[in-house]
Design a protein around this ligand. Structure first.
Ligand code: ZN
Length: 246
């Protein structure tokens, strides 16, 4: 990823100059923090194993702490891991080059089980109301080939995805935040969802999705929009699969 190139391009958009100046050079997890970071990543994976893939999408941080404390296979979060999780959640991501809006104010933000519904055969949830209506309407308009690939994501799920992404980016937080919103900054925590083409697997999360018939049809629909367009002001990569609920 060429973040610098992105920044140069972004100057042409109405981002505030002081915001751009606040972007530091790539921020990397320090050597001292690396083992804590890996510990946090693995513990979140163990929480997922215990609560199940579906539940993991919507559990709160407090629930994760509860399970960690009561299930020996997870093990309680040590203070160092909690401090790191706090930092990843509360830190201003502008310095990483991420300019999206904050969606959840506190790390303990929880999703009311009544507010969401599990979508059969997907392992994912959607918020009741407009998001769910949109999803079933777009399936009716486009056909059964279009599927839900990621729905509601609470703080824990977003934290886990973020930590995984940082890990794959070898500790480079700036690089990771280009392709994934930091926990607390994801619209998956309040409305949006991802769609893909049936049987396409990980290709659904690449620009290739934009070349599908399903994507072209998606763009024709006036009741939804695309959240992360090319060179968006949020500083997020192009995500043709991410549906913005309007
Ligand atoms: Zn998404």
């Amino acid at each position: 990823m060429n973040r610098r190139l992105f920044i140069t391009t972004a100057i042409a958009s109405p981002l505030l100059v002081q915001d751009l100046l606040a972007v530091e050079k790539d921020i990397i997890v320090s050597r001292e923090e690396w083992s804590t970071f890996v510990g946090l990543r693995k513990r979140l994976h163990r929480v997922k194993k215990v609560v199940g893939y579906g539940n993991f999408n919507i559990i709160s941080f407090d629930r994760a702490l509860y399970y960690a404390k009561h299930y020996a296979v997870i093990g309680a979060f040590p203070q160092k891991e909690l401090d790191l999780a706090d930092r990843l959640f509360y830190e201003d991501p502008k310095k990483y080059g991420f300019f999206g809006d904050r969606i959840c104010d506190t790390i303990t933000h929880s999703i009311a089980p009544k507010a969401v519904e599990k979508i059969p055969y997907t392992g994912h949830y959607l918020f009741k109301g407009k998001p769910m209506e949109d999803y079933f309407r777009l399936k009716k308009d486009i056909g059964d080939e279009i599927i839900l690939t990621s729905g509601v994501r609470g703080v824990v799920k977003q934290m886990s995805l973020y930590v995984d992404k940082i890990y794959r980016c070898k500790g480079n937080i700036s690089q990771a935040s280009f392709s994934l919103a930091p926990p607390g900054y994801s619209y998956h925590s309040c409305s949006d969802f991802d769609v893909g083409k049936r049987g396409w697997g990980h290709k659904n999360f690449t620009a290739k999705f934009a070349r599908t018939r399903e994507f072209r049809q998606l763009r024709q629909l006036d009741y939804i929009d695309m959240r992360y367009t090319i060179n968006n002001e949020e500083g997020v990569r192009y995500e043709p699969w991410h549906v913005k609920v309007i």
